[in-house]
Design a protein around this ligand. Structure first.
Ligand code: FDA
Length: 508
């Protein structure tokens, strides 16, 4: 009925006046559903009852984004912004408050331009992090960029929330390596770092997407990667002494040389006899150097792991990106630009930070709980460069003192099982309370979790206690600065969603 309204007709007229190409898809178009579903990895938000956009705009140029914002503001239409669509709670393409909205899908704005002389690049938000790594490496195999491990994640959302991956201990987050950005603000202007000012530039580098404007493009600093890196993957079950190794890992992984990254994936598996289930701990590692160098370090720091030369594979950095993307050796590098859709499933995730080792006995208990609830844990070490960066340098505050981040994940195939699995992961999260950060209990905004709280009312313009809970979990003391920046640049809260930064407007 929205489209029958004169407001909507005016909005659609306004948009279609800006371009001769068709960039607007409404539910009447056959392509609407294909475009909408093209980036929905989480099937929880792809059901018949999931609220859908009234129209999808797929800008082909920056002026299309400007016109969409200008027309939306003019006619009071809410917008959602999607780059790669990997938001864990689907906030980039659906709306839980059922307010009508249109979707700006940035999929077509995905160029990557590398400046080889300066070791920098401009990357558009609609590119994936797999494409970014590929293009950077193609220009110079000794250059890379620190980002996450899933190639189909969009640059737009990833850099808006931080960007943690295998090189974080060496070079920090993606946002620690952003030098400039182009953003369309609420007035439809394109701003760069100079014209947006340092407060807004600070806020968009980790303050979570969708609150301050539409980021079109990012200028990034490329980092040196050695000609040879080494990877290994080793798995141990409970029966093979996994608990003792997890315990040792907690002391080593965040303290060891910055060149070494070892994460843990702890997951329920069938035992070899096939009848019983157990927990398996997989150690996945990237070392920025050769096998010989790695073996010396592991022998000194983590001999209990029992790493042998035959477990290690030397490769180029870009091959390691492919490895961490698909957990297969021998996969083609071109797989990074194929835009393979991430396997769709129903899933729910949550996160925590750990700042003192969990006692071995408790690790044992946690494994039993996860086995019972069928929940997977991914633990990724901090330390190194992550500890050297001040917690106020960017909105991502989880720096010195954090040993590692835990991600809890549960996935399932049958929509009817959704409630039961979401309840499982919530029980695990509850039981983890004694072992993780407190006051606030910290969480990573890129692992978005609406259980932490939402803006009670999307149109509310105040900075309230309820918002403080999720806001301080993600951003600690930086939340207040984010709210103040929001108050300065978007005081009427045009760019908003269930967990967008609320505007704090200080009365003079
Ligand atoms: P999406 O398009 O859904 O956007 C996410 C949020 O940012 C939304 O609120 C959206 O509106 C907003 N937004 C998007 N583009 C914007 C723009 N141009 N301007 C302003 N706002 C914008 N993280 C990590 O740090 N390390 C990792 O290894 C991984 N791995 C991983 C694997 C898988 C399978 C998933 C599903 C997710 C991850 N993530 C991750 C989390 C990921 O970094 C996070 O979900 C990002 O926000 C996804 O960015 P997209 O652009 O894909 O999402």
């Amino acid at each position: 009925q929205f489209f029958g309204s004169s407001t909507c007709d005016k909005f659609l007229d306004c948009i279609s006046n800006t371009t001769s190409t068709n960039i607007v898809f409404t539910p009447n178009d056959t392509l609407y559903s294909i475009v909408l579903k093209s980036s929905i990895p989480n099937l929880r938000f792809d059901t018949l009852t999931t609220p859908k956009p009234l129209a999808i705009i797929t800008p082909l140029s920056y002026s299309h984004v400007q016109s969409t914002v200008i027309c939306s503001v003019k006619f009071g239409v809410n917008i959602r912004i999607r780059s790669g669509g990997h938001d864990y709670e689907g906030l980039s393409y659906t709306s839980f408050d059922h307010a009508p909205f249109i979707l700006i899908d940035l999929n077509e704005l995905r160029s990557v331009n590398v400046d080889q002389e300066a070791n920098t690049a401009w990357v558009e938000s609609g590119a994936t992090i797999g494409e970014l790594a590929y293009r950077v490496s193609r220009n110079d195999s000794l250059l890379g960029f620190p980002a996450g491990e899933c190639p189909s994640v969009g640059v737009g959302g990833h850099l808006s929330g931080g960007g943690f991956g295998t090189m974080a201990r060496k070079y920090g987050l993606s946002v620690d390596n952003v030098m400039d950005a182009l953003l369309v603000d609420v007035h439809g202007r394109i701003l760069d770092r100079n014209s947006m000012g340092e407060d807004l530039f600070w806020a968009i580098r980790g303050g979570g997407g969708a609150s301050f404007g539409v980021v079109l493009s990012w200028k990034i600093k490329l980092v040196y990667v050695p000609p040879i890196v080494t990877i290994f993957t080793l798995s141990k079950t409970l029966e093979q002494g996994a608990i003792r190794l997890v315990n040792k890992w907690q002391h080593v992984a965040h303290n060891v040389t910055k060149d070494l990254f070892i994460n843990l994936v702890i997951t329920p598996v069938n035992q070899e006899d096939g009848d019983n289930r157990t927990m398996q701990v997989t150690f996945n590692s990237l070392f920025l150097g050769t096998t010989d160098e790695l073996m010396k370090i592991v022998k000194d720091e983590f001999p209990q792991l029992g790493l042998q030369e035959k477990d290690c594979v030397e490769m180029s950095w870009i091959e390691s990106v492919v490895y961490f993307s698909f957990y297969l050796t021998g996969e083609s590098i071109d797989a990074l630009i194929e835009r393979r859709p991430w396997p769709k499933s129903y899933f729910k995730a949550k996160s925590d930070y750990v700042n003192k080792p969990i006692p071995e006995q408790a690790v044992n208990e946690i494994m039993k709980w996860c086995l019972h609830e069928n929940v997977t844990l991914i633990m990724e070490p901090h330390g190194g460069k992550m500890s050297e960066i001040d917690e106020m340098a960017t909105p991502y505050p989880h720096r010195r003192g954090n040993m590692y981040i835990i991600q809890y994940i549960v996935g399932w195939d049958d929509v009817d099982e959704s409630e039961q699995h979401v309840a499982s992961i919530r029980r695990i999260y509850e039981k983890m309370t004694p072992y993780v950060s407190k006051n606030p209990r910290e969480a990573y905004v890129n692992f978005r979790d609406l259980d932490l709280g939402t803006n009670c009312n999307a149109s509310m313009r105040s900075y309230t206690q309820e918002e403080m809970i999720w806001g301080t979990s993600y951003f600690k003391a930086n939340f207040k600065r984010l709210a103040m920046v929001k108050g300065m640049v978007d005081p009427t809260n045009f760019f908003s969603n269930e967990q967008s930064i609320p505007p704090l407007v200080l009365s003079s």
